[in-house]
Design a protein around this ligand. Structure first.
Ligand SMILES: Cc1ncc(COP(=O)(O)O)c(C=O)c1O
Length: 396
């Protein structure tokens, strides 16, 4: 029997895509890790989470371990609503859904909005997990280029207008990471934020705003698209992965109640009551603003270490955007094939992600690579860049 023959056509097609996680290089143990978008190990709140879990179980005993869970799940929702409000996003309880991280939020949105005929617009390059998700649902993906001021909304407008004039289907939604984008580290300008919201109204599409890094600004920060959204077209996706701990799997969608209702309908994971209650206690015991000051200082300092090491060790032909927040720096090395370069880099004990994995048309990313400054410590960053600079000089 061929068990695969039972799959419907849409699943068969999705299973022909590149397998999930294929982009993660196999990393030797002693390698300096400049590839992964993980938080700094030193910032992981293991002691605080331990205290939260202990106090939760002491107070509520078996309750958080049941299907129905602890009343603190409601508390978590209130805490997220309050935080969003502090950031200029006023939504009602029925406009918010807590999810298992931003990834589940993106998957739920794709699930309820896309079928095989749907069009989705994305930034190019973009977050590869989101690419994987959208490709599971549709092959009709329009790539809009990103430059140092984020999504090129002028190009988006040209494409939308051309499609409209030709009578082609318009996108259901645009997926964007406007603030400290993954992988480019860039931030959409205020003007472009306004423009993209106008385009959503004019061409009748929704905007999925992935704000996974939005709280990690090193300087000033633009308001979120959701805070500027007058027509309820923005689905704001948030996460505590990058500022608390990814293993807790807490994210959310804030948006129109009809969308939230449909996402909740298909979200059959019973809410992870234990993780949600533990997070609620953790947040109640934590001054998030103080914590964010520490996080921003730490990542700003790592960013500085990375950029000065790049100045010191990289050939002049290489160029990069200096990120104003988040975890990543995007680099161009003219003439390089960064997949080949990675083989040499790993042999020297340093990793990165080749640019091609962030594009639908992978050839567009050949000369680019993503460096992460979040995970490695400052000494490792300097040493990693010294090795990578040497490897690059030799390769070119
Ligand atoms: C842009 C972006 N969105 C979402 C995520 C995933 O977040 P979560 O851990 O909440 O699923 C990441 C993690 O790398 C990311 O870079």
């Amino acid at each position: 029997m061929n068990a695969g023959s039972f799959f419907p056509d849409n699943i068969k097609k999705a299973l022909q895509n590149t397998p999930p996680g294929e982009w993660i290089p196999e990393i030797p143990d002693e390698c300096i890790s400049l590839h992964c978008g993980y938080p700094a190990p030193a910032l992981m709140p293991d002691e605080e989470v331990k205290a939260a879990v202990t106090s939760l179980l002491e107070e509520e005993h078996d309750l958080p371990l049941h299907y129905i869970g602890s009343p603190k799940i409601i508390k978590l929702k209130e805490q997220v609503l309050k935080r969003l409000k502090e950031r200029g996003i006023s939504v009602a309880e029925k406009e918010l859904l807590i999810t298992s991280g931003a990834c589940q939020a993106i998957d739920l949105i794709a699930r309820i909005l896309l079928n095989e005929e749907s069009i989705v617009a994305i930034e190019s390059p973009t977050y590869m997990e989101a690419l994987e998700i959208f490709q599971n649902y549709t092959r009709h993906i329009i790539s809009i280029p990103v430059d140092k001021h984020g999504l090129q909304t002028g190009v988006l407008e040209e494409i939308l207008e051309e499609r409209r004039q030709k009578g082609f289907t318009l996108p259901r939604f645009l997926y964007t990471i406007p603030t400290f984008q993954n992988p480019t580290g860039t931030t959409m300008s205020g003007e472009r934020r306004q423009h993209v919201l106008e385009l959503a109204k004019k061409y009748n599409f929704l905007i999925v705003e992935d704000d996974a890094y939005g709280e990690l600004s090193f300087n000033k920060c633009f308001p979120t698209l959701k805070a500027m959204d007058q027509y309820s077209r923005v689905l704001h996706v948030g996460s505590l992965s990058k500022i608390v701990a990814p293993g807790m799997r807490i994210g959310w969608i804030a948006g129109a109640s009809e969308i939230i209702h449909a996402c909740a309908w298909f979200k059959k994971d019973l809410n992870h009551p234990f993780a949600q209650a533990a997070m609620a206690v953790y947040l109640a015991n934590t001054n998030l603003n103080n914590k964010l000051v520490t996080l921003r200082d730490t990542y700003r300092s790592k960013r500085d270490v990375l950029t000065s090491a790049l100045e010191q060790y990289f050939p002049e032909s290489a160029s990069w955007y200096v990120p104003e927040g988040g975890y990543f720096l995007w680099m161009k090395i003219p003439g390089a094939d960064t997949s080949e370069l990675l083989t040499h880099a790993l042999a020297e004990g340093v990793s990165f992600i080749p640019g091609k994995y962030f594009y639908i048309d992978q050839a567009a990313g050949t000369e680019f690579l993503r460096l992460s400054f979040s995970y490695a410590d400052e000494k490792e960053i300097t040493e990693g860049i010294r090795r990578l600079g040497k490897v690059t000089e030799a390769y070119l």
